[in-house]
Design a protein around this ligand. Structure first.
Ligand code: NCD
Length: 324
């Protein structure tokens, strides 16, 4: 039994197997009856110590569409707010007979610690500024649906890299899939050691988008400025940030007409992304949300109905066919 804690847990074959399974799962989304039987009788607990809209609800929907019983626990309203330790909370939940834990926590490394305390698979749904592997999978899924094979594709990720678990997981997974990544941010929002990451780095958004400093751009992802993880001093004013690093209507012009725009959400309109960019036909933000459900179905299926390495478990196509 294994967990999904980091995008680095997935080799190319495993990542592609999840993306292919997700493509099959996505067919369920357009059906009237959105239910497949494989996780009947299994219990999935969403343990969220940090705010979330899309990640928590898409894990819940994914579990339910696979017929699992899904329980949501958030720090607010649980014994965590009475002072219980993380370990005691996790062991209490696990003692009830849980088959998988989906965890979000504001401390980097929390999911790894939790996986060491329990016997069931743990899925990291975001740990501090560290990783968010299912977000990287849904980003890869969305890009693949637009660009086809990601081998050699060039993704530019712009914004608050320092505090972004999405950027860390994306860089790892895109590398695994053969895509190239360039990170663009002001120097204050690039983490120490970024030079050793397997990607390019730039401070100049206009030069990158126009292909002057790096190759042609196949896709752009804007990241949220994570105010809640900052304690001042990263940039002078929101206005200056938007001028230097926001995806403005003028910068849209620099990009080819067909270059897709991604954002993991939630978006700060007017800061990292203009309304013109967020609402343009090139924006794939809602495609990403849609992909989130299918990808999380595929991950839950592979962890609970078969091994994440693809061992055991009926092929997804057979499960879907049977449920027709
Ligand atoms: C991201 C997260 O929580 O890390 N959002 C998400 O999961 N869709 C990015 C963010 O909060 O900016």
């Amino acid at each position: 039994m294994r967990s999904l804690l980091s995008a680095a847990d997935l080799d190319r074959d495993e990542a592609l197997a999840i993306l292919d399974a997700a493509a099959q799962m996505q067919a369920v989304q357009s059906r009237e009856v959105k239910k497949l039987p494989p996780l009947r009788g299994r219990t999935v607990v969403n343990l969220f110590f940090e705010d979330s809209t899309r990640t928590r609800s898409s894990f819940e929907i994914a579990g339910k569409w696979l017929s699992a019983d899904v329980v949501n626990i958030s720090a607010k309203g649980s014994s965590v707010s009475k002072g219980e330790s993380l370990r005691d909370t996790v062991l209490t939940v696990a003692a009830m007979g849980v088959d998988a834990l989906v965890v979000r926590h504001n401390a980097s490394g929390a999911a790894h610690r939790i996986a060491g305390w329990v016997d069931c698979p743990v899925i990291n749904a975001g740990d501090g500024t560290h990783e968010h592997p299912t977000q990287a999978l849904l980003d890869a899924y969305t890009l693949r649906s637009r660009l086809g094979d990601l081998d050699g594709a060039h993704l530019v990720i712009v914004g608050d890299i320092t505090h972004s678990r999405v950027a860390r997981s994306d860089v790892l997974l895109m590398n695994t899939l053969g895509a190239r990544v360039t990170l663009v941010a002001p120097p204050t929002l690039l983490p120490a050691g970024v030079g050793s990451w397997p990607c390019g780095v730039s401070w100049d958004l206009d030069a990158t988008l126009s292909g002057k400093t790096h190759d042609d751009v196949d896709a752009v992802m804007m990241l949220r400025v994570q105010h809640e993880r900052m304690n001042g001093g990263y940039f002078p004013t929101p206005r200056e940030y938007a001028i230097g690093y926001g995806l403005s209507p003028q910068r849209l012009e620099l990009l080819g007409e067909r270059v897709p725009i991604l954002h993991p959400g939630p978006m700060n309109r007017g800061l990292e992304i203009s309304a013109a960019a967020a609402d343009s036909p090139r924006a794939m933000v809602l495609d990403q949300v849609r992909a989130g459900v299918a990808v999380r179905m595929a991950v839950l299926y592979r962890l609970l109905a078969g091994g994440i390495d693809g061992s055991a478990g009926a092929p997804v196509a057979a499960v879907i066919e049977e449920a027709k």
